[in-house]
Write a protein that binds this ligand. Structure first.
Ligand SMILES: Cc1cc2nc3c(=O)[nH]c(=O)nc-3n(C[C@H](O)[C@H](O)[C@H](O)COP(=O)(O)OP(=O)(O)OC[C@H]3O[C@@H](n4cnc5c(N)ncnc54)[C@H](O)[C@@H]3O)c2cc1C
Length: 296
């Protein structure tokens, strides 16, 4: 199959691009590997998206975006793009089932969590270590530790604390998160451990969980924290692992020629917010419309 435009990712950026392309009468294919709405599905409460006074649960905002797609008659193709290459002025997209070609691509594929490094041994902690909150939302009466002191760590804690005991472990002396989120966590009983330098995660037999050992800023043993689950919120990187190396190297040139667009978190560095992502998708679609259906 050949399409004029392929949009990879149906988070806020990809959905907004799709809605605008449909308004412009431009044909496209929207591909999503898992949940439409993207990372919004993980967000406890989104308070900074325009037009939602009082905030909205991330999952509800994701549902509204999906409804907007349906209202515009846009269907999502459920597929993971496993390889993307550029040759002879066209893109080749491989999914698990087929190969497609496209004249232009909107990369709206967001970010992936940074992998935890030592001392965490992912093999040893299999089933106990998580990089996103969704698999933990049904947890009840567990002790869950979260590594990271940013907004995402607080947001995860707020999703979990009603039903579980939640600890946030921060390396630095102070959390980096917005003070309002930190206060909210403290008020709801989230336990903060500052100056927490993890040295070892000791897995206990059976369902007993693990003990997290750490040293403080002076190198003193802080005593262990017993928990059942460990969640990392230690940063994210662009989800571009499926790009052919030559395409990756040529991205700036192809972006300048408006053959490829980086829309949303994938190209926004530390400015990872839904409204900014949506604006990126909108802009990509408008640039495509303005430039006509061909790239330069
Ligand atoms: C815990 C948490 C709380 C947050 N709270 C807020 C908040 O309060 N306010 C706010 O504005 N923002 C918040 N955010 C950030 C917000 O969710 C993101 O900025 C926004 O979702 C980014 O949109 P996006 O479309 O660029 O990427 P994403 O939402 O990450 O969507 C990318 C989509 O692409 C898909 N995809 C990736 N690779 C492929 C592939 N190879 N093939 C097919 N599909 C693919 C993914 O499955 C995903 O659905 C929060 C994020 C988190 C994690």
């Amino acid at each position: 199959m050949t399409v004029p435009i392929a949009i990879i990712g149906a988070g806020p950026a990809g959905i907004t691009a799709a809605v605008q392309l449909r308004r412009s009468g431009i044909e496209f294919l929207l591909l999503e590997k898992s949940r439409a709405g993207g990372l919004l599905n993980e967000a406890n409460c989104v308070e900074n998206f325009p037009g939602v006074p009082g905030g909205v649960a991330g999952r509800l905002l994701a549902t509204r975006l999906k409804r907007q797609l349906a209202a515009a008659g846009i269907q999502i193709k459920k597929a993971r793009v496993t390889h993307l290459a550029y040759d002879d002025r066209r893109f080749t997209l491989c999914t698990e089932r087929e190969t497609l070609t496209a004249a232009r691509v909107i990369l709206a594929c967001g970010t992936v969590p940074l992998p935890p490094g030592p001392p965490l041994d992912t093999e040893n902690l299999r089933g106990r270590l998580f990089a996103g909150v969704l698999p933990l939302l049904k947890a009840r009466g567990e002790t869950i530790a979260i590594i990271g002191g940013g907004d995402a760590a607080c947001d995860y804690a707020l999703s979990l604390v009603g039903n579980n005991e939640v600890h946030i472990l921060v390396r630095s002396r102070r959390p980096r998160a917005l003070p309002l989120l930190v206060d909210r966590c403290r008020r709801l009983g989230v336990v903060w451990h500052e100056n927490f330098r993890l040295t070892r995660a000791e897995v206990l037999a059976g369902e007993a969980g693990m003990v997290l050992h750490a040293r403080d800023a002076h190198g003193e043993d802080t005593g262990g924290i017993l928990c059942q689950r460990l969640l990392t919120a230690i940063g994210r990187e662009p989800a571009l692992g499926f790009l052919a190396p030559e395409l990756r190297a040529a991205l700036p040139e192809l972006a300048a020629r408006k053959a490829v667009f980086l829309a949303g978190d994938v190209g926004n560095g530390g400015f990872r917010q839904a409204a900014i992502a949506a604006a990126g998708g909108l802009r990509a679609a408008m640039e495509i419309h303005e430039g006509g259906s061909r790239c330069t």
